[in-house]
Design a binder for this molecule. Structure first.
Ligand code: NAP
Length: 308
């Protein structure tokens, strides 16, 4: 079968750091075009916008949307209408309600819609899920603390409505949480700290529970300097299971079980190729719904202004 001809939209940090190498390393898919207003890639057809690309008649089968979440719905709807398969970076959109129409459009056109959660492809995630399936879980503690100035330098969109602030990275923890726990999770309370000059939170505390009443606590911070923390600790009847480094490492009672190189985006593109071959879609809005609930239920405090 000839490879899927892919166009990448939004040639920014994550596209360059992860998508380009993962696409190059994945069989069955090839990059044939880029749509980005301010960036080009040597040897690859370039268009300023997705609309220009679609109007040009350039032969593509699929698009990977690597733009910020605000505006992603419009791009995805345009691509599906043109009969293209669509891969969405996380979070899948700026709202939960915009995803229903995209799912319906993918069904109507028989195309694949894949809402990626890259952290679910981290090496510790499936072993943790298997371990927890058979255990009595007592509590879960998430610590997701990183330095926005290091990981999102100059990204103003992240502080705008729909940009999610500290939830931009923390939604990765929620995507892991909702994959590894055997029961559905819901939010019971939240505290959100907004800088005086920003529309998105810089820190948050979340209280959640699963349907068996297991308490789940998350502490999120976007101003962590020094060592960065991306940990989930699950207390069970058979000891503590800890996913650290965003799911690259797994420990059972402090004993290392997994410590593997990051291969999240290779997993994403393999799955995209499989979904297209099988005529299927994969859209799970649960992590985004938890974030939306934190905005609904969260008590807000105002903290010092943030500048890069
Ligand atoms: P970024 O560096 O700002 O890149 C996004 C690109 O999208 C920009 O370079 C820009 O390219 C294009 N774009 C189109 N409309 C835009 C707009 N209104 N504002 C800003 N840029 C716009 O962002 P990123 O870090 O790659 O993040 C993109 C998505 O990937 C986000 O949803 C993020 O959550 C996700 N992600 C990021 C990381 C990370 O570590 N940074 C990790 C995993 C996932 P042109 O100006 O050329 O059009």
């Amino acid at each position: 079968m000839s490879p899927i001809r892919l166009a990448l939209v939004g040639l920014g940090k994550i596209a360059r750091d992860q998508h380009l190498p993962a696409i190059a390393a994945t069989e069955g898919i090839e990059l044939v075009a880029v749509a980005s207003r301010n960036a080009t890639l040597d040897g690859v057809a370039h268009f300023a916008t997705l609309a220009d690309l679609l109007a040009s008649g350039e032969a593509i089968d699929a698009v990977a949307l690597c733009t910020p979440p605000q505006g992603r719905h419009e791009l995805a709807a345009l691509a599906l209408k043109a009969g293209k398969h669509v891969l969405l970076e996380k979070p899948p959109g700026a709202t939960v309600s915009e995803l229903g129409p995209l799912i319906a459009a993918a069904q109507a056109t028989g195309r694949t819609l894949f809402a990626t959660w890259h952290s679910r492809f981290a090496p510790a995630v499936e072993p943790a899920r298997a371990f927890l399936a058979a255990r009595d879980i007592r509590s879960v503690a998430i610590e997701w603390k990183e330095d926005v100035r290091v990981w999102h330098p100059g990204q103003e969109w992240i502080w705008e409505p729909g940009g999610l602030g500290v939830f931009d990275p923390a939604i990765n923890a929620l995507s892991i949480l909702t994959r590894i726990l055997p029961r559905p999770v819901f939010l019971t309370g939240a505290n959100l700290a907004f800088p005086t000059n920003r529309a998105a939170p810089v820190a948050a505390e979340l209280d959640m529970a699963d349907t068996a009443g297991v308490p789940i606590r998350a502490e999120l911070d976007f101003l962590q300097t020094g060592p960065q923390t991306w940990d989930i600790r699950v207390e069970t009847d058979a000891g503590d299971l800890t996913l650290s480094s965003g799911g690259a490492k797994l420990f059972h009672d402090g004993r290392p079980l997994i410590d593997e190189r990051d291969a999240e985006y290779a997993g994403i593109y393999r799955h995209f190729v499989e979904l297209i071959a099988g005529g299927a879609s994969d859209v799970d809005v649960t992590p985004l719904a938890l974030v939306a609930d934190a905005f609904l239920l969260g008590r807000r405090s105002i903290v010092a202004p943030f500048e890069y």
